[in-house]
Structure formats: C-alpha cells, structure tokens
Design a protein around this ligand. Structure first.
Ligand code: ADP
Ligand code: MG
Length: 455
C-alpha cells in the first residue's frame, strides 16, 4: 500500500491544489474515528457498569479491538499515512463485524448494524470504487454468516426461516443501497472537483496569454512611438542643419576676427564668441539625440505649461521663415500624468503636420487651456494650412493612414499621439475644413487643479 496522505484521495491529479477540501476530508475522518472510538468506549463502560462481572469477555475484547483500530487509524493519519489509516479502518472493522456476526448472529446485531457498516462503507468509498465493492461484498457475506448462525440457532425451523431470510434481505439491501449512494456522491464530488480544477487551469492559461498579449502590445506601442519620434527627428534635422550652418558661420567669423585682432583682448573676445557658439551647437545636437533615444514610457506628474514653454524653440525650428509660430502656455499651472518625452513628441508631431500643411506659409498657434467643468487640460494646435476633407478628417487618427507621398508621411503621428493620450485617460479631437486650416485639441485629465490661472 503506497504511503499517501488522505487529503490527496479526492484529488485525481496528484499535486493539484484544492485548498481546504483535502484538509476537510482528513478532519472529517479524524472526527469519525474519534466518534466510533467513543461509541465503543461508552458501550464497554455501560456494559461493565450494568452487568459488572457478568459481562461477556468477548464483548469487552471486541470493544477493545474497535478502540485499538480507531487509535491505530488516528496514529497513522497523524504520521501522514492517510490511505493506510483508511485501509486499516475498513479491514479492521470488517474483520470485527465478521467475528461479531459469526458469534451472535444477524438478528441480535440488527440495531447496531447501521452504526458499524455505514462508516466502513463511507471510508471505503473514499478509497475508491474497487475497495467499496470489496467492502460491500465482505459486509454482505458477514451478514450472510450472521443469518446462518441465526438459522442454526433456530435449528432451521421452516416457520422461522422466512423471518431470518427477510432480515438478511433487508440488511443486504440497505448495505448495497448505502454503498451505491456513497459511490455516486463521491464520484460526483470527484468529477466536480476535476471540472473546477480544469476551469482553474484554463483560467490561469488565459491570464498568462492575456499578460503576454499585453506585454506584446506594450512593446509594439513603444516601437511605434519610437518610429514616430524618428520621423519627427528626420523633419527636425533640416532645421537643425540650418542652425548648425549658422553657428559654423558664426565660428568662422570669430576665427577671422581673431586672426585680424590687433590686441589680445579682441582675441579673447573672439574666443569667447566661438565658445558660446560651440555651446549652442552642442545643445542643439543634444536635443536631437534626446529625441531619438528609445526609451520605455515613464509617466509622471508633469507641469504641462513648463513642457510647452521649453518646447517653443524646438517647435519654431520645425517651421520655415514663412510660418509665424505662436506658443502660449497661458501660465496654466496644471499638472497632468504623462511621460514628458512623449508629450514633446506629440507636440513635435503636430507642428510637423502643420508645417507640411502650410507649404506657402501661415500661422501656427499652440495654446494651453484649463476647462474647470470637465477638470481637463486642453492643448490646442491650430494652423492656417490646407486643412482636411471630411473623409480625411474622419480617418486621420487611424494608424498608417496618410495622404502624403512616400518619404513624407508614415501615418503614425496622429495615431500614436491618440493612443498615448488615450492611455493617459484623455482624447484627441480634430477639427478641420479644406482650405480653412486645422485645429487638433488634446484633452487630458488634470491631476492637480491649477494654482494660478491666466486672466
Ligand atoms: P502623416 O503625417 O505621417 O501622414 P499623421 O498621423 O501625422 O501621419 O497624419 C495623418 C493624416 O492626417 C495626414 O496624412 C494628413 O492628411 C492629415 N493631417 C494631419 N494633420 C494635418 C494638418 N495639420 N493639416 C492638414 N492635414 C493634416
Ligand atoms: Mg504626421
């Protein structure tokens, strides 16, 4: 007999955890053995008290044997050998039942039959279908033996035989009925347990799949954000090259001035100029590098006005001379929960779109507003460019939707911006008419009310 804790008997798949059930079965069996032990202890004590020395020693011996079996079961269970304990109980009780039936016969035991047989069948049912079958057969044979003893006692008198046979029939039928009921209850319990466990496994698998899917989605979004950034960096690069040229021309000028300098003070002045031009050049290139860096999203409480003000020079860089760029943070001191680098990317993307929509020049205005009723912050980017047809406007937030020729548009700018804004609990609204310009309105939930408002 393998050593198995009883708690695993109801578990068809070993190792699968069904919290509480196994422990409850163990506790139930412990209680059963204690009750059976108490019953036999009481019976023995009562007999001793009532009959004193006249009590049958076999009765006492049997009560002692019952007690010993129950104590043995409790000890075995305590050692973690639940199956062995259950088997000991079934075999021990059936042996004692056989001895009792063989000695006293069926009729004298009919009152305690139920007390003896039901616990045995219950434990056998928990052990499995085959142990239950064998235990039922053994109990029925013990009853048959008891009936035989009864018949021998009445010397097989024909007028009493029918009575004993009826007794036997009722007892056997009761025993089989109880076994059948127990078998079906335990099997049903096992099946529902298995179904519940399968559901649990299925749920865990679905959860893992969902987690993987979410991770995958996050990764693709990061990649899209980076693609949008790179697109913007590409657009910025020409403006920056222009700036660089300007700074290099400045450096050349200072070098010429230093060469022609009549005195050391003028040389020092020229070197100072070169130094400051180099400083500005490195600031410009650092900004470009910052934009192109691939970074995971790091949302934080952010002062939107400060971010917009800091972005103003870069935004101006996007437009040529013919576009008037107006940035107005309105001193709205309101905080939003957003990744600063992503907000910069979105603003840059809007500026790039506006620049592309105003090839002949125009006006671009970026405004920050506070909507107290909705508790929202509004970032509006308006241009006086070509505008969009209703069909384009309806689709402009779709990923990869672009009306621009290859090399000029990827269809990522607005789509990625909309997804980032939506992830922060906000939304993007686009208003546009052909020939009348476009206004993109970003609404973000404010995390802290403005402390100071524009008048
Ligand atoms: P892309 O700029 O790469 O085409 P976007 O997602 O930034 O992708 O924009 C999608 C489309 O929306 C653009 O192709 C363009 O047709 C339209 N669009 C976006 N912004 C403007 C704007 N400011 N003015 C006119 N059309 C715009
Ligand atoms: Mg774009």
């Amino acid at each position: 007999m393998p050593i198995t804790p009883f708690s695993s008997l109801l578990d068809d798949a070993p190792g699968a955890a069904t919290p509480g059930l196994g422990e409850r079965t163990d506790a139930m069996l412990r209680g059963l053995w204690l009750l059976v032990a108490a019953f036999h202890l009481l019976t023995a004590s009562w007999l001793l008290l009532r009959l004193g020395d006249g009590v049958d020693t076999l009765v006492l011996a049997l009560a002692g044997a019952h007690l010993a079996v129950c104590v043995g079961c409790l000890v075995e269970q305590r050692r973690g050998r639940g199956v062995r304990a259950a088997t000991l109980f079934v075999v021990g009780q059936l042996l004692l039942l056989s001895v009792t039936e063989g000695y006293w016969g069926l009729a004298s035991l009919s009152r305690v039959q139920l007390v003896q047989v039901v616990p045995v069948l219950l434990v056998a049912a928990l052990l499995g279908a085959a142990p239950l079958r064998w235990a039922t057969l053994w109990a029925c044979l013990a009853m048959l033996l008891g009936a035989w003893i009864d018949l021998a006692g009445i010397l097989f008198r024909p007028d009493r035989v029918a009575h004993v046979v009826t007794d036997l029939g009722v007892c056997v039928f009761g025993c089989v009925l109880v076994a059948w009921l127990l078998h079906h209850s335990v099997t049903g319990l096992r099946e529902s347990l298995q179904v519940a466990r399968q559901h649990g496994v299925e749920l865990a698998r679905k959860r893992d799949e969902l987690q993987l899917e979410m991770q995958e989605k996050e990764r693709s979004r990061d990649q899209l954000v980076h693609a949008m950034k790179m697109e913007n960096v590409g657009r910025l690069a020409s403006g920056i090259a222009h700036d660089f040229n300007h700074l290099l021309a400045l450096v050349h000028g200072y070098v010429g001035k230093a060469r022609r300098a009549p005195d050391p003070a003028t040389v020092a002045e020229a070197l100072q100029g070169i130094d400051s031009a180099a400083r500005r050049a490195s600031a410009v290139s650092r900004r470009l590098l910052d934009f192109s860096r691939l970074e995971a999203s790091r949302p934080q409480l952010l002062d939107a006005a400060a971010t917009i003000d800091a972005m103003a020079p870069t935004l101006r860089q996007v437009f040529g001379e013919s576009v008037h760029c107006h940035v107005d943070s309105g001193q709205v001191q309101c905080r939003v929960h957003f990744d600063p680098a992503q907000l910069e990317s979105i603003l840059l993307s809007l500026a790039v779109n506006a620049g592309q929509a105003m090839p002949e020049g125009g006006r671009f205005a970026l405004r920050l507003g506070w909507l107290p009723d909705a508790g929202e912050l509004s970032i509006q980017a308006a241009d006086t460019g070509l505008g969009m047809s209703e069909e384009v406007r309806a689709r402009c937030l779709e990923p990869f939707f672009t009306t621009k020729p290859v090399g000029q548009g990827t269809g990522l700018g607005l789509a990625v911006s909309a997804s980032l804004v939506a992830a922060a609990g906000g939304r993007i609204e686009v208003e546009s008419r052909l020939g009348q310009g476009t206004c993109v309105d970003i609404r973000l939930p404010a995390r802290a009310a403005p402390v100071e408002q524009a008048s």
